[in-house]
Write a protein that binds this ligand. Structure first.
Ligand code: 5GP
Ligand code: MN
Length: 323
């Protein structure tokens, strides 16, 4: 736990222009926190710009401020750079070097591996999400929590706890969501847009990916894979794979689950790892150049899907045996 909230508040109050960034391949917590902080700073009469290396996934594009998020920016042109939900600065993507060169970086995050790369850091690994931490910061700051901001923060907590199904569903997470719904967060819209609605293409892609289910280690390891051809065949995007890894994870007896996706270059594989108990998949991901949380982690590795699958299953097998 690194708690430099006072320094963060001082920077937020004294700066007049802010660049708000988060990690590539963005998820709900990342986009929710990015937009919430950007809107809150704008509400305080400051200049604030939201940046992400990648596009906002379609299931999040309806959020307030999502249309204004940019994909190119010069960090040096802002008084302060706010980095949200990044366990390590390289998760920012192409702006990493220029953000690290900035003298005033605020780092708010809930990844255990975060060493506090900012001038002011608030890192709480036991928190459900970066959105929950940001909610606390915005309350301290006295920022007005409009329904639009409340919806972004609620969505961040709701998605990072996977609808309160994950072990990070703490009393603080429930409490924050209660306060946010009271402030006007559109909880029903979040449930509908993020978890209920789907497309025919996504369901067809799911059928294909489910057919790749492979069980190893006497039922303790389960995983699936997705090729670029699969994505093209169903006219799907990588974001359509969000939460697919929960299916192998849900199998009774499974202790570690994975989803592997071939990237566009054809020689790199993106891996998503999940565990059901104390198997530390962040440790396994770190041996492949990635990171994350104990029960949810990810990595990118060179090789074909078959090669990476064989290597990963072996690593998971050892992690299970060491437990
Ligand atoms: P997901 O499987 O949903 O992509 O990611 C799960 C968790 O692992 C997230 O908390 C995310 O921050 C982390 N993660 C995913 N991919 C990477 C990666 O390539 N590098 C690192 N360091 N962390 C990752
Ligand atoms: Mn997060």
């Amino acid at each position: 736990m690194i708690d430099q909230r006072n320094e963060i508040l001082a920077l937020l109050n004294s700066g007049s222009s802010f660049l708000v960034v988060s990690h590539e391949n963005p998820d709900g917590d990342c986009i929710g926190a990015t937009l919430a902080l950007t809107l809150a700073l704008q509400g305080m009469g400051k200049r604030a710009v939201a940046f992400n290396d990648d596009f906002v996934p379609h299931y999040l594009r309806w959020l307030a401020g999502a249309d204004e998020l940019v994909h190119t920016a010069d960090p040096a042109a802002f008084d302060v750079v706010c980095v949200l939900d990044c366990g390590a600065p390289d998760r920012i993507g192409k702006l990493t070097e220029r953000v690290l060169a900035h003298p005033r970086v605020i780092d708010i995050d809930h990844h255990g591996a975060n060493e506090g790369f900012g001038l002011a850091n608030y890192v709480a690994p036991t928190a459900s999400s970066t959105s929950e931490l940001l909610h606390g910061v915005l309350k301290f700051l006295g920022a007005e929590l409009t329904p639009g901001i409340a919806t972004c923060l609620y969505l961040g907590i709701y998605t990072d706890t996977n609808m309160f199904k994950n072990a990070n569903s703490t009393p603080e997470a429930y409490q924050a969501c209660g306060e946010l719904v009271a402030a006007g967060a559109e909880s029903m819209t979040v449930a509908k847009r993020v978890y209920i609605e789907t497309t025919a293409e996504r369901l067809q892609l799911m059928a294909r990916v489910l057919s790749t289910l492979q069980i190893d280690d006497d039922g303790r390891i389960a995983g699936m894979v997705c090729t670029q051809r699969d994505l093209h065949e169903f006219n799907a995007k990588p974001e359509d794979l969000e939460t697919f890894v929960e299916h192998p994870r849900a199998i009774i007896g499974v202790r570690a689950a994975y989803l592997l996706r071939e990237l566009e270059d054809g020689v790199t594989v993106k891996g998503s790892l999940r565990s059901n108990d104390d198997i530390d998949v962040a440790e396994v991901a770190a041996t492949l150049g990635g990171g994350g949380h104990v029960r949810a982690a990810g990595f990118r590795a060179k090789g074909t899907i078959a090669e990476v699958r064989a290597l990963l299953v072996e690593k998971l097998r050892r992690a299970v045996a060491d437990q």
